[in-house]
Design a protein around this ligand. Structure first.
Ligand code: FAD
Length: 465
């Protein structure tokens, strides 16, 4: 059965207004803001945007929408990259940005309890006065709820893990309004099915997360950053792999191709040598970070690494990572009017050089501008491919190209997404990667928890409805 778009009646909108203290908006600019994420996916307007301020409000809104069979798509910061927040069937975009309280910081037990709309930068600003930090860093200033829902990772995952390792407990609201608690703020837990990790990465399709307990770390005594250039992309990637295998506990290890460096030089007014480059970060004692940097310098030199520079100066370290994080905006800034399709492939480390080479060769033979960056120490890399949003056929063509690349990655034992998730863009690849029986099991879980398929319909897989 094909489901059709749901537009709310005036009566339904009036009823929703009685359930929440925030706004229920049908203003066109508010609808537009909630119609898209940061990907090139075609925007779709929700019928209404509902701003919630408490778990009880989320519960009441879901119970009502479930009765009325109104689709509900959670919205955090809208920085996701696979069309996740696009309300494909209209209905309600449930904006959680008003639920932005940091509820508890436990320095003794190294956790924070937060509402889902807290942004990661705001959380880290608050934590710094306690000598602590929340490690997961996807670059964009995402919300903690959105990051849990996408299973986000980023530049520090090699040392501290992704959201899957750093979410300890959740409170969430099921489609019918039932409130559930999962996990505990303990270092270990073995109590029944791991519902926390079921919800982490569920992309708003199983429940709305209303509270999170996340793991914290102490701010290291010293942080150092390093950059090193390579004659080729393959040598840079092979060097990063060798560093990981050496056991040196790098805190960050990121690859940028020569084109990305060119774009960020312009965007950030820098003059970095335009060559394939690895950025490193080391955390530890002053002597420890120096030894780590020395060991990495020796390893990378065996792969043609040159112009090795390192610094413990906080200003320079921040500048370097600001540059890395600006890569997405830098390529778009240099190509005004274009939109970006970001791939997100991850492979076992031994296949990384081959995988990156394959992607580069494929895209070099395509008519599209692209650049490659990667969290290479995790075997994860992104190709940012530019398309003209006014030419939908380009997006279709790029999807065909990226799908073909993803099939090769899966054949290498890799995954179609290391961190961005499936959204509406990678449903075919999910089946290819896990097989139909595993996707059927996902469908069965969805059917059990959300029988009317109101939560973010049309994402991860096509529902049975
Ligand atoms: C420049 C740039 C760089 C990026 N780099 C990375 C990276 O390195 N690693 C990475 O992992 N990602 C990266 N991303 C993608 C993005 O930042 C992440 O996917 C992020 O986790 C999304 O968080 P958000 O708050 O923006 O969520 P949104 O985009 O608002 O929502 C994402 C999904 O989560 C659901 N959702 C949101 N809040 C909730 C909730 N409370 N309960 C249930 N479901 C919810 C939504 O329905 C949607 O399906 C990048 C994005 C950009 C623009």
């Amino acid at each position: 059965m094909t489901r059709t778009r749901v537009d709310l009646t005036d009566l339904q909108i009036e009823h929703l207004r009685t359930l929440v203290s925030g706004q229920v908006s049908t203003n066109s600019s508010v609808l537009e803001l909630h119609s898209h994420d940061e990907s090139a996916a075609t925007p779709v307007l929700p019928s209404a945007v509902v701003m919630v301020e408490s778990m009880q409000e989320v519960s009441q809104v879901l119970a009502y929408c479930n009765r009325e069979k109104i689709p509900v798509v959670a919205f955090g910061a809208g920085t996701s990259l696979e069309g996740h927040v696009v309300p494909l069937l209209g209905g309600v975009s449930l904006d959680l940005s008003g639920m932005n309280k940091i509820l508890e910081i436990s320095a003794d037990d190294l956790f924070a309890r937060v509402q889902p709309g807290v942004h990661r930068i705001a959380l880290n600003e608050k934590l710094s006065s306690h000598g602590l930090f929340f490690s997961v860093d996807p670059g964009a200033d995402a919300t903690i709820g959105g990051m849990a829902a996408t299973g986000a990772a980023g530049t520090t995952t090699v040392r501290y893990g992704s959201m899957r390792e750093n979410v300890m407990a959740l409170t969430a609201v099921l489609a019918d309004g039932t409130i559930i608690h999962t996990g505990r703020a303990t270092r270990k837990l073995s109590a029944g099915y791991d519902l926390t990790r079921l919800l982490v990465g569920s992309e708003g399709t199983l429940a709305i997360i209303t509270e999170l307990t996340v793991r914290l770390f102490g701010i290291p005594e010293k942080m150092a950053a390093a950059v090193v250039r390579f004659p080729s992309l393959t040598e840079g990637v092979a060097a990063a792999t060798a560093v990981v295998r050496s056991g040196i506990a790098v805190a960050r290890c990121e690859f940028l191709d020569a084109k990305s460096i060119g774009y960020i030089n312009v965007h950030e007014n820098l003059s970095l040598t335009q060559a394939p480059t690895l950025f490193f970060e080391f955390h530890g004692s002053p002597i420890g970070v120096e030894e780590d940097a020395k060991s990495v310098r020796e390893i990378v030199s065996e792969f043609g690494g040159s112009e090795f520079e390192w610094t413990t100066d906080e200003g320079q370290r921040r500048k370097l990572w600001q540059a890395r994080h600006s890569a997405h905006w830098a390529i778009l800034g240099a190509n005004p009017g274009m939109a970006s399709v970001s791939t997100d492939m991850a492979v076992p480390l031994s296949h990384l050089a081959q995988a990156v080479e394959m992607a580069e060769e494929t895209l070099t033979n395509s008519p599209y501008l692209f650049a490659v960056v990667g969290h290479v120490a995790d075997g994860n890399f992104h190709c940012q491919i530019l398309v003209d949003p006014n030419k939908p056929e380009q997006q279709v063509h790029v999807r065909e190209i990226t799908h073909a690349m993803t099939s090769k990655i899966i054949a290498m034992g890799g995954t179609c997404t290391g961190e961005h998730g499936i959204g509406s863009g990678k449903m075919k690849s999910l089946v290819e990667e896990t097989g139909e029986p595993a996707v059927q099991m996902m469908r069965a879980i969805k059917q059990a928890l959300d029988p009317n398929a109101i939560l973010n319909p049309g994402k991860i897989f096509k529902e049975a409805l």
